[in-house]
Ligand binder design. Structure first.
Ligand code: ASP
Length: 298
């Protein structure tokens, strides 16, 4: 007989965010737990937690996604995976309200990842409505970014602001002269694991940029021994295959808390990174910046 485990949902609102936003993560974690209590799978729970975060508007995902440098385009990435074989992701998708739901719909196709225009066309075929609302909060964030890019302090650590102008690939000219994300990991009472993540990407970035969030083993991983979600600067995270690295440590017997701490420590201190994970017995969250997060247990 399968031993009953304690159902657990852990959520994050992005490395570099504020603990003032823990309330949205708590609401999302409880939304996931309610979904499990209503008979939903671990994957349904992870997805519903991330939908709650995408709809919140304060996090860089779904309705809160950062505007691209042109001030009007929004490109989003999302991914889902569980320990029973489901895997789906979208990259650079535009004009949908909940990219994580499109990623979940991709689990039913012959593919695991759809990008750009193809992803958006797939979303329409699958019945997702066109959505392109830009809030005042998003506009204000963009204005602040533009001000930073116009100054000498790098908007991305280690990258000269000027690089975004030198390689500019938007239709409109640059408006300057010289990045948070959401995720959920779930363990249900039967010991199934799932992860879901969603982001508006990092800012600043060139058009078409994809970070770690929709890349298996980098931004997310789930298997028979646990589930891991990562947030931070994707260009660095992918080089460490961070989600799978942490998962492999957990699967090898390392405590979840130690595994997430070691994972964060793999990156230099100046690079934002945060990791949340669940294993068979425990769950943990750790980051080298402030990171809104929450854990809910049945
Ligand atoms: N990891 C995301 C990316 O690089 C951003 C984040 O987590 O804040 O696209």
């Amino acid at each position: 007989m399968t031993r009953q485990l304690q159902a657990t949902v852990v959520t994050h609102g992005g490395a570099g965010g504020s603990r003032d936003q823990d309330d949205g993560c708590r609401f999302a974690a409880n939304t996931g737990l309610d979904r499990l209590a209503g008979g939903g799978s671990a994957l349904d729970a992870a997805v519903s937690a991330v939908v709650a975060l995408e709809d919140d508007g304060r996090y860089n995902a779904g309705s809160g996604s950062v505007l691209c440098l042109d001030g009007r385009t929004i490109e989003m990435d999302a991914a889902v995976m569980d320990s029973q074989g489901a895997l789906g992701a979208v990259a650079c998708i535009q004009r949908v309200k909940n990219p994580v739901l499109v990623a979940q719909a991709i689990t039913r196709t012959p593919h695991w990842l759809l990008a750009g225009e193809g992803a958006e066309r797939f979303a329409r075929t699958a019945g997702f409505a066109i959505h392109h609302a830009i809030s005042e909060r998003q506009r204000a964030k963009h204005a602040r970014l533009m001000a930073t890019l116009g100054g000498s302090e790098p908007a991305t650590p280690g990258v000269a602001n000027r690089a975004f102008k030198d390689y500019w690939n938007y239709d409109t000219p640059p408006a300057f002269t010289p990045c948070d994300t959401v995720g959920a990991v779930v363990r249900d009472a039967a010991g199934n694991f799932a992860v879901a993540g969603s982001t508006g990407g990092s800012a600043p970035s060139l058009l078409g940029r994809v970070g770690d969030t929709p890349i298996i083993g980098s931004g997310f991983y789930a298997g028979a021994e646990g589930a891991v979600a990562v947030t931070g600067i994707g260009e660095h995270i992918v080089r460490h295959l961070l989600a799978h690295t942490v998962y492999a440590w957990i699967a090898g017997g390392m405590g979840v808390d130690e595994a997430v701490r070691r994972g964060v420590d793999l990156l230099p201190q100046e690079i934002d990174v945060g990791v949340i994970a669940v294993g068979r017995e425990d769950a943990a969250m750790h980051s080298n910046r402030e990171m809104p997060c929450a854990e809910a247990r049945a």
